[in-house]
Design a protein around this ligand. Structure first.
Ligand SMILES: Cc1ncc(COP(=O)(O)O)c(C=O)c1O
Length: 404
């Protein structure tokens, strides 16, 4: 008789955003006269930039002509895109990354979720607390986390690294031995960033312990401060210990188009085996490549006109972030993030739990955000708002919160 993967049963409750969505829908059906402003889920709202649309049309037309039609894409991505990425995202910042160390995919979520399968199920993972849930849940499914302790709100065999206001929401090096370290900067959900000297400590630590850092840089394009590293490969030694994930979703509004990439340097080895070979094998077996037209659109992101339009779009979202941060500070909230990231992380007032504040905001201001505790126990008493709403909604939401 068929048996299921029992590890799935260890996943607690439903996915955070489904719970948030259900609560909003229930409120809306009970109060049809109210308009709820959603500043919870991190999805973009601006249309795709004109230069990218132009290149999409061009690529679609190519598919309609026999001489330029494309079938399956190369497993690891088209050379035109990998070369463009290597040059613009890495070599221009002094990072030695070759085009063939870049694996094109349909987004960072899949890559962050799938990467764990090239590692042994004995590996101990370390994650930030609070954390983007995909890193933990994908390891639960693989059987790497032990059981969930409902009292602690944690999996027994996972090392959680608290990110608190005392540490600027950056984790400290773990005391126990860990094998796979998930880091995400600029961070979702806290909006925090890591300085290069601190990131270098992690690289040195991983090399010293023989650990691998899984570095999620999905929000790299939002970095505005000079001294903040855009890639872990800006740190010497990272080629020997780090995998980096990137996404076009928040950089260029590709959440619906789907495009991302993973960087695995050929110097990165475990037990003498190159991780590059394992991921290439996995890609070749389980993935048939991102669509040609989307890869062409990705290339357009790096053209002079594309860069100009993308910069404008990011500045537009970051103006929302500024409006939220300033407005909430004026209303007396303790606010962080929102400078190098599209997320604003606020401390709930008084002793309110994150979910109590969710209800308070939904009912009192008809504004929906994301409870910090949904990202881990150290997210308790925090709340995440995103800068991805439209301008009128963002202004209106701040106005309503100020009136509470
Ligand atoms: C930290 C982080 N990584 C990855 C992703 C997913 O990116 P993609 O849309 O490329 O799958 C998100 C999306 O919200 C994210 O917040």
């Amino acid at each position: 008789m068929v048996k299921i993967n029992q590890n799935y049963l260890k996943l607690p409750g439903s996915y955070l955003f489904s719970t948030v969505g259900k609560k909003i829908r229930a409120y809306e059906s009970a109060h049809p006269e109210k308009r709820v402003i959603r500043l919870g889920i991190g999805d973009v709202t601006r249309p795709i930039a004109p230069e990218i649309i132009r290149s999409l049309h061009e690529a679609v037309d190519e598919m309609g002509r026999a001489e330029s039609f494309k079938g399956y894409a190369p497993d690891l991505g088209y050379a035109f895109l990998r070369e463009t990425i290597a040059e613009n995202d890495f070599q221009s910042r002094g990072c030695r990354i070759d085009p063939d160390e870049i694996f094109i995919s349909d987004g960072a979520k899949c890559d962050c979720g799938n990467i764990q399968e090239i590692f042994s199920t004995d590996c101990r993972i370390a994650v930030c607390d609070p954390v983007y849930p995909v890193y933990v849940d994908s390891n639960v499914m693989a059987g790497r986390t032990g059981v969930y302790d409902t009292e602690l709100g944690r999996f027994r065999d996972v090392t959680y690294m608290p990110c608190t206001r005392e540490t600027g929401f950056v984790p400290e090096l773990p005391e126990e031995d860990v094998d796979l370290i998930y880091l995400c900067f600029p961070n979702n959900p806290t909006g925090a960033v890591i300085k290069k000297s601190k990131l270098q400590e992690w690289v040195d630590y991983a090399n010293d312990k023989g650990a691998v850092i899984l570095y999620d840089a999905a929000y790299e394009a939002y970095i505005s401060e000079e001294e903040i590293p855009h890639s872990i490969y800006e740190c010497p030694g990272a080629r020997e210990c780090a995998i980096e994930f990137r996404s076009f979703s928040k950089t260029a509004g590709f959440t619906g188009l789907r495009l991302g990439f993973t960087v695995i340097p050929k110097d990165l080895k475990a037990g003498g085996i190159r991780l590059w070979d394992l991921w290439a094998r996995r890609h070749g077996t389980k993935y048939n490549g991102a669509p040609y037209i989307i890869q062409r659109a990705g290339q357009a992101v790096y053209s002079p006109q594309g860069k100009k339009e993308i910069r404008k779009q990011i500045a537009w979202y970051m103006e929302n972030a500024r409006i939220i941060s300033v407005g909430l500070e004026q209303a007396g909230y303790e606010v962080s993030g929102g400078v190098n990231a599209p997320y604003i992380w606020l401390r709930t007032p008084g002793d309110m739990t994150s979910w109590e504040f969710f209800d308070y905001l939904l009912e009192g201001a008809n504004v929906a955000g994301t409870p910090g505790s949904g990202f881990g126990p150290h997210g308790e008493h925090y709340f995440r708002l995103t800068a991805f709403g439209n301008r009128e909604d963002t202004l209106e939401a701040v106005k309503r919160i100020k009136k509470l």
